[in-house]
Write a protein of this length. Sequence first.
Length: 94
Amino acid sequence: MAAGAKGRDDRVARERARIYQARLDYHRGQARRRVRDNVIAAVVGGALVLAVIGGQTLYFTVGPGVPEPTPTPTPTDTPTEPDSEPTPEPTTTP
């Protein structure tokens, strides 16, 4: 083998290793980005769900969605005569 062929093979091997390492780094970066995006989406989605539930709760407890109270008839107390004494019941003793 000639000396130039060995140098060329080394150069090709280094280039191949560099490309392989770049590809690995790219894929690792993609995986980290996917995880980060999933975490962000879960947090934002959870916050959105909580905001919707809170909004509905406020709307139906404080806002215009509160049902109108219906008046209930109040029983009127009939005045009793405070001076009247109860009538005694007859006794059956001889």
